[in-house]
Design a protein around this ligand. Structure first.
Ligand code: ACO
Length: 326
């Protein structure tokens, strides 16, 4: 049976580092507060002339180099992002053009911090159904452009970046074993961007009301995130007749350290079974899982046959898991 196998990973973080000490000069906060509440020490911020498609392109090229795949060999490009270059066209189309991936269909997936898991799951269905041989799946975000830099509740959490994987249909046991996607739209108002869409079209008064910036009810997000990430990770293991003991490594969405610690505790994972880089990257939303995966992969932390899992949660609410034999 052919499976969608990850044959290359790549990532890109912008050069500019924004530390907690930098934030102390911007809003009423402290390194100590941010570090103890979130586990974040620093995050990257895209340069003014860097767009989401630029970050995505570098991550994609790195993944394609590792995979040894040329642009014309790619059948589809799926980008998980909610901070694309434009409301439309899709950032995937812009990446498709910049890569010269002339044989690829391309679209974006809007699932906030679950964007990569949703995008990966979409691509896997095409490969499993025999409709694509190779897919490029990217998570890319520039949250620094939708953050209210005067709101200390939210501006300390997020960072910019991109990660990518190349999937290829291959015979054998290795590859994506399952994907489980979930949503509960009744929670949409706990984490969202009010403007500018159909409800609040662009207006000067909308800017004065700060509608284009992210809004979040942090405490409520926290509780549902922990429960949902735990449940959907368990669902994936049960569906594959596995337990947490089978997991070589979990790659959770890097929301913040306390969410990750709570998930780790509920799943009874060891430190070695949980990959965490939120301290250096902050919350990069849909990009966080492929950035983490690429870091682990390039450090040689994954070996053939390892069982790994992606476990995401984000606005919508959306959440999902993806179990992979490496
Ligand atoms: N610096 C200093 N004080 C702050 C800051 C800050 N940056 N932000 C908030 N505070 C203050 C608040 O104003 C509040 O003060 P008050 O008691 O005088 O009103 C106090 O700190 C406590 O605020 P809480 O919101 O209760 O702080 P909490 O311990 O819940 O931590 C946090 C806030 C980190 C946002 C937490 O709720 C959380 O982790 N939530 C999850 C949200 C998240 O990670 N979202 C990311 C997007 S969703 C996703 O990726 C899954």
């Amino acid at each position: 049976m052919k499976r969608a196998r990850i044959i290359g990973t790549g990532s890109y973080l912008p050069a500019k580092v924004l530390t907690n000490f930098d934030l102390e000069k911007m809003v009423d906060t402290s390194n100590e507060w941010i570090s103890t509440r979130t586990g974040i020490d620093e995050r990257r911020i895209a340069a003014d002339d860097e767009m989401t498609s630029d970050l995505a392109l570098i991550a994609a090229r790195n993944a394609m180099d590792m995979a040894g795949v040329k642009a014309e060999d790619i059948d589809l490009i799926v980008v998980g992002t909610i901070t694309g270059d434009y409301p439309w066209p899709s950032t995937a189309c812009i990446v498709q053009d910049k890569l010269g991936a002339i044989n690829a269909g391309a679209w974006d997936v809007s699932a906030a911090c679950s964007g990569f898991v949703y995008a990966l799951s979409s691509a896997v269905q095409f490969i499993n159904g025999g409709n694509a041989k190779r897919a490029l799946v990217i998570g890319a975000e520039i949250f620094s452009r939708i953050i209210d830099w005067e709101d200390r509740n939210t501006c300390i959490l997020f960072g910019d970046g991109a990660g990518a994987v190349v999937l290829e249909a291959q015979e054998g046991d290795a590859g994506v074993l399952s994907t489980h996607l979930k949503a509960d739209g009744s929670f949409w108002e706990l984490l969202y961007q009010p403007g500018f869409g159909a409800v609040h079209p662009a207006s000067v008064s909308g800017i004065e009301q700060r509608l284009p910036f992210l809004r979040m009810a942090g405490n409520e997000v926290f509780k549902v995130a922990v429960r949902s990430m735990y449940e959907v990770a368990n669902e994936a293991l049960t569906a594959n007749d596995m337990t947490t003991a089978d997991l070589a490594m979990l790659f959770p969405h890097q929301a913040n350290r306390r969410i990750l610690d709570a998930v780790k505790k509920r799943l009874k994972l060891t430190d070695e079974q949980m990959f965490i880089n939120v301290d250096k990257c902050g919350n990069t939303s849909g990009a966080s899982i492929p950035i983490a995966l690429d870091e682990a992969n390039r450090k040689g932390m994954l070996k053939e046959g390892d069982i790994i899992m992606f476990d995401a949660f984000g606005g919508g609410f959306t959440w999902g898991s993806c179990l992979v034999r490496w």
